[in-house]
Design a protein around this ligand. Structure first.
Ligand SMILES: [Zn+2]
Length: 94
Protein backbone atom coordinates (compact mmCIF):
# COMPACT_ATOMS: atom_id res chain seq x y z
CA UNK A 1 0.00 0.00 0.00
CA UNK A 2 1.32 3.41 -0.89
CA UNK A 3 0.22 6.92 -1.57
CA UNK A 4 0.22 8.90 -4.74
CA UNK A 5 -0.29 12.59 -5.28
CA UNK A 6 -3.35 13.08 -7.43
CA UNK A 7 -2.36 14.76 -10.70
CA UNK A 8 -5.77 16.46 -10.85
CA UNK A 9 -6.47 17.88 -7.37
CA UNK A 10 -2.96 17.64 -5.87
CA UNK A 11 -4.08 15.79 -2.70
CA UNK A 12 -2.48 12.56 -1.54
CA UNK A 13 -4.59 9.49 -2.16
CA UNK A 14 -4.03 5.86 -1.17
CA UNK A 15 -2.63 3.91 -4.06
CA UNK A 16 -1.76 0.26 -4.63
CA UNK A 17 0.46 0.84 -7.68
CA UNK A 18 -2.52 0.15 -9.89
CA UNK A 19 -2.40 2.52 -12.83
CA UNK A 20 -6.19 2.36 -13.21
CA UNK A 21 -6.97 3.47 -9.65
CA UNK A 22 -8.74 6.73 -9.04
CA UNK A 23 -8.26 9.54 -6.50
CA UNK A 24 -10.01 9.25 -3.10
CA UNK A 25 -10.80 12.97 -3.16
CA UNK A 26 -11.85 13.94 -6.66
CA UNK A 27 -12.30 10.56 -8.37
CA UNK A 28 -9.90 11.44 -11.17
CA UNK A 29 -7.57 8.77 -12.47
CA UNK A 30 -4.34 8.58 -10.48
CA UNK A 31 -2.37 7.33 -13.44
CA UNK A 32 -2.25 10.78 -15.03
CA UNK A 33 0.25 10.96 -17.87
CA UNK A 34 1.44 7.43 -17.18
CA UNK A 35 -2.06 6.11 -17.69
CA UNK A 36 -2.54 8.15 -20.88
CA UNK A 37 0.71 6.74 -22.23
CA UNK A 38 -0.26 3.26 -21.15
CA UNK A 39 -3.64 3.50 -22.89
CA UNK A 40 -2.09 4.86 -26.09
CA UNK A 41 0.41 2.02 -26.15
CA UNK A 42 -2.35 -0.52 -25.56
CA UNK A 43 -4.40 0.96 -28.39
CA UNK A 44 -1.43 0.92 -30.77
CA UNK A 45 -0.63 -2.68 -29.92
CA UNK A 46 -4.25 -3.62 -30.59
CA UNK A 47 -4.33 -1.69 -33.88
CA UNK A 48 -1.12 -3.41 -35.03
CA UNK A 49 -2.58 -6.74 -34.13
CA UNK A 50 -5.76 -6.08 -36.10
CA UNK A 51 -3.77 -5.02 -39.17
CA UNK A 52 -2.32 -8.52 -39.31
CA UNK A 53 -3.67 -10.04 -42.52
CA UNK A 54 -4.96 -13.20 -40.88
CA UNK A 55 -6.47 -11.52 -37.83
CA UNK A 56 -9.89 -13.07 -37.27
CA UNK A 57 -12.64 -10.58 -36.52
CA UNK A 58 -15.95 -11.37 -34.89
CA UNK A 59 -17.68 -9.92 -37.95
CA UNK A 60 -15.95 -12.24 -40.43
CA UNK A 61 -18.10 -14.84 -42.19
CA UNK A 62 -17.30 -18.53 -41.47
CA UNK A 63 -15.66 -18.79 -44.90
CA UNK A 64 -13.37 -15.82 -44.23
CA UNK A 65 -12.58 -17.18 -40.75
CA UNK A 66 -11.58 -20.57 -42.19
CA UNK A 67 -9.50 -18.95 -44.92
CA UNK A 68 -7.66 -16.94 -42.32
CA UNK A 69 -7.02 -19.98 -40.12
CA UNK A 70 -5.60 -21.83 -43.17
CA UNK A 71 -3.59 -18.74 -44.19
CA UNK A 72 -2.21 -18.41 -40.70
CA UNK A 73 -1.27 -22.09 -40.68
CA UNK A 74 0.64 -21.89 -43.98
CA UNK A 75 2.29 -18.66 -42.95
CA UNK A 76 3.55 -20.35 -39.77
CA UNK A 77 4.92 -23.28 -41.83
CA UNK A 78 6.50 -20.86 -44.30
CA UNK A 79 8.21 -18.96 -41.48
CA UNK A 80 9.42 -22.24 -39.94
CA UNK A 81 10.97 -23.27 -43.30
CA UNK A 82 12.65 -19.88 -43.71
CA UNK A 83 13.99 -20.11 -40.16
CA UNK A 84 15.28 -23.61 -40.90
CA UNK A 85 17.02 -22.52 -44.13
CA UNK A 86 18.62 -19.58 -42.35
CA UNK A 87 19.75 -21.95 -39.61
CA UNK A 88 21.15 -24.41 -42.22
CA UNK A 89 23.12 -21.65 -43.92
CA UNK A 90 24.45 -20.51 -40.57
CA UNK A 91 25.48 -24.10 -39.72
CA UNK A 92 27.26 -24.70 -43.05
CA UNK A 93 30.99 -25.01 -42.65
CA UNK A 94 33.21 -22.31 -44.09
ZN1 LIG B 1 -7.76 14.08 -6.88
Amino acid sequence: MGEKKCPTCGKWSSWTNNIHESCDHCGASLGGKDLEYHLIREKEAKANHEKWIFFIKETDSPFVKNSKIVGNFFYTIYMAIITFIVWLIAMMPG
